[in-house]
Write a protein that binds this ligand. Structure first.
Ligand SMILES: Nc1ncnc2c1ncn2[C@@H]1O[C@H](COP(=O)(O)OP(=O)(O)O)[C@@H](O)[C@H]1O
Ligand code: SF4
Ligand SMILES: [Mg+2]
Length: 336
């Protein structure tokens, strides 16, 4: 399959006031990120809070203007496209956010919430909408009687299913899921992940799946990009990344990630016991306590990860490592 989405060296800098008589500083939220998403595939973007994941999502969705770089959707440059093409783009690319409650209008019945996109995009005659919605709800594991109810009548997991149904109403080609699972219990997270896997199988949709938690992306993603301070530091096919991470930051993320249990039918059941991982000598969560993520306003010299890297050596604080190809995958580390 060809590329659905091409993200080419995108940057997003936010100007920050430096205080009285102090110069304006730049917060480099996204600092030269490139990747491709092929048709019917899942790319996950993983990294700690503040590394720029949501900013990347907003740039893809055109919710923020780019500082630099270009984004192509099916070959069309989305920052300079004609308005007719932008309309099509807005249907083809949908976003689902972390907080399913905040993104559903509490005063609207589910019927009206889900019917809205059909009306905005003038997709279906009114009398066919209800049938279509019943079908959609079935796809996300809900029955048609939810249509008469209001958002507060549902649990977090059910609301997230409703948000996914809403994204699917316009038959998108790409869904950007930003921390979709973060507000949900672990058992519900597994259900939602399985739902996304089913949707991908049934409708050849591509997904950009954003998460701060490396362990949830394993069974969903075809490829994983690891971000640190606004840049991708490693990108590889999922199995390669989990079996042999090349960047010390990925290693640290993995060392704190409990394994997901998968039954023979390949359905995700639950996460492993978080406690078992804390006994490992190089543990990310304890490591994090002694050294916090540096600010994207003052990015460290050389390798941005050097103040926290257990493998750093003499040149690491002086020379910026490039993101380079190492046997069909990418990593930015002087060790390679
Ligand atoms: N509108 C904004 N103005 C200034 N700084 C912002 C804005 N949006 C995000 N940031 C900053 O950009 C960085 C990346 O944020 P974000 O993309 O939300 O990270 P993530 O989603 O990975 O947690 C953070 O330091 C954040 O504070
Ligand atoms: S370049 Fe150096 S500091 Fe950066 S990740 Fe590699 S070893 Fe660690
Ligand atoms: Mg975010």
């Amino acid at each position: 399959m060809g590329s659905l989405l091409i993200v080419d060296s995108i940057k997003k800098y936010f100007p920050i006031k430096g205080g009285f008589r102090k110069p304006l500083k730049l917060l480099k939220a996204v600092d030269g990120v490139s990747f491709e998403v092929k048709g019917n595939s899942v790319l996950s973007i993983v990294g700690e809070s503040g590394c720029g994941k949501s900013t990347v999502a907003k740039l893809i969705l055109r919710l923020l203007p780019l500082t630099e770089g270009r984004i192509f959707f099916k070959g069309m440059d989305i920052s300079s496209a004609a308005s007719e093409d932008i309309k099509k783009f807005r249907r083809s690319v949908q976003i689902v956010f972390q907080d399913p409650f905040a993104s559903l209008n509490p005063r609207m019945k589910i019927m009206d919430i889900l019917a809205e996109p059909f009306k905005i995009h003038n997709l279906l005659p009114n009398k066919e909408i209800k049938d279509r919605l019943s079908g959609l709800l079935k796809r996300v594991g809900l029955s048609a009687d939810v249509l008469k109810r209001y958002p507060h009548e549902f649990s977090g997991g059910q609301r997230q299913r409703i948000c996914i149904a809403r994204a699917l109403t316009v038959s998108p080609e790409l869904i950007v899921a930003d921390e979709l699972l973060s507000a949900l219990d672990v058992s519900i997270q597994a259900q939602i992940l399985n739902l996304l896997l089913d949707i991908k199988k049934e409708s050849a949709i591509s997904i950009v799946f954003i998460s701060h938690d490396l362990n949830v992306v394993h069974y969903l993603s075809d490829e994983v990009a690891v971000m640190y301070l606004g840049r991708i530091v490693e990108m590889a096919k999922t199995e390669d990344l989990f079996q042999s991470p090349k960047h010390p930051y990925t290693e640290l993320l993995l060392s704190s990630a409990p394994k997901i249990k998968v039954k023979e039918d390949k359905k995700i059941r639950s996460w492993g016991d978080k406690k078992s991982s804390t006994s490992q000598p190089l543990n990310f969560s304890t490591f994090r306590l002694i050294s916090d993520v540096p600010s994207p306003i003052d990015i460290p010299t050389g390798c941005p990860f050097h103040p926290r890297c257990p493998k750093r050596f003499d040149i690491c604080d002086k020379v910026v490592p490039e993101l380079k190809d190492i046997g069909g995958r990418l990593a930015s580390c002087h060790l390679h």
